[in-house]
Design a protein. Sequence first.
Length: 194
Amino acid sequence: MAPPAVKFFGDSYTGGSEMGGVDDVGWPAIACVELGCTASVESSSGAGYINGEADGRGLNAALDSTRPGSLANVIVLAAGANDYRATPAENALAADAFIARLQGRWPDANLVILGPFWRDDQPSEVLLQLDAHLEARAAAIGANFASPIRLGWLTGENGRFIGSDNVHPDDEGHAFIATQVIPLLDAAGARREP
């Protein structure tokens, strides 16, 4: 039996940066090695539900470039940090529209939604509202959800996982994020059957 196929849509917190987390040392790859699934990462720096759309770096552009007919058993959506300049209403509308597009493309896939990543203890009110909206949306459609902001994945003591640019996680940070995401992916059906 083929291993479960997992698609990851996100920004540089998902796809990696100069600080770390590129390719095999990124949290998507680490999680899929642990679970025995295959990882396909569709991300770009600056991507968001709104941010990056005008110049082809947004989430919709990533989805548009995905090969038609490509398989996805589980989809992980990890975005929003770059949308802090939009209004809560704009973010909610754009997030709902993108989630609907994912469901339309892969109606049988299980969805895992992560709220925006943030790297200090003072996320903007806009991102907090987006986080709450995504949690409610996930509950409404039966998707698994986790809030990196509220769970402190990269804040407080875990701020040590942020690289020297004071923005992006380093390799150790990506390894830590993987430990947090693995149970969510496992629950969504990403573990390969023995």
